[in-house]
Write a protein that binds this ligand. Structure first.
Ligand SMILES: CC(C)(COP(=O)(O)OP(=O)(O)OC[C@H]1O[C@@H](n2cnc3c(N)ncnc32)[C@H](O)[C@@H]1OP(=O)(O)O)[C@@H](O)C(=O)NCCC(=O)NCCS
Length: 192
């Protein structure tokens, strides 16, 4: 099971990350202090780190385990951020990040909804989840607007390398569909 390689929404195009994206990923968001502050991966220190991440994404696409997309503005083709949906059995997990200049215009919600809608239409997917730091109000809103509900707070469950040395708390959001259910092992997505 694999989501479509190209996903079109009203304002966005999602397409698989590619080797030629590493520079933009590093400069636009993965290497930026503000964008990565509440992400669960260490900020990329150079373009090589972003390149390595893209290479892992390509392997994940091949192995059909996780599907990382670039989020492009449909009108201009500008690369605004990335979004990933990971599959483990009948469970899907989603994560995203945008360059700061594109925040606050509903783009993350639009991209997230498109992948949640895809997941919901799959007979073999029974649940979709997303996690975020409890202080990440914008991300909580995106998740809620995409139709997921707060399931609970896990303590010391997630690594927040830009915020603290030890593990810290995270909020878990989810939505269940009619498809098969399975016990969930919590494994946050990592952009590293
Ligand atoms: C989280 C992120 C993806 C949101 O992207 P976005 O395109 O700005 O999101 P949207 O515009 O779709 O929605 C943002 C919502 O959060 C709200 N919001 C943003 N900042 C907020 C704040 N400080 N306090 C309260 N609400 C806030 C907005 O008002 C909006 O909600 P509304 O539509 O109800 O008004 C973006 O801020 C980002 O990339 N952050 C850094 C990376 C990150 O944290 N990723 C998520 C990791 S779990």
């Amino acid at each position: 099971m694999q989501p479509p390689r190209i996903v079109e929404t009203l304002r966005l195009t999602l397409r698989p990350v590619a080797l030629g994206d590493a520079r933009e990923i590093y400069r636009g968001w993965a290497g930026r202090a503000k964008a990565t502050r509440m992400m669960n991966f260490p900020r990329h220190l150079n373009q090589t780190a972003s390149q390595a991440w893209v290479e892992r994404c390509l392997r994940n696409w091949q192995e059909a385990t996780a599907f990382a997309y670039m989020i492009l503005l449909r009108d201009t083709g500008e690369r605004m951020g990335s979004i990933e949906i990971a599959l483990q059995g009948s469970a899907a997990e989603i994560g995203y990040i945008l360059a700061e200049q594109f925040w606050g215009r509903g783009y993350a919600t639009e991209a997230t909804r498109a992948l949640v809608d895809w997941a919901e239409a799959q007979r073999d997917i029974g649940r979709i989840s997303a996690t975020c730091h409890p202080d990440n109000i914008a991300s909580s809103r995106v998740i809620e607007k995409a139709g997921l509900h707060l399931e609970g707070r896990l303590e010391d469950a997630t690594s927040w390398p830009q915020l603290q040395r030890s593990n810290g708390p995270c909020l878990v959001y989810s939505r269940s569909f009619g498809g098969p259910r399975q016990p969930i092992e919590h494994a946050p997505l990592r952009l590293q």
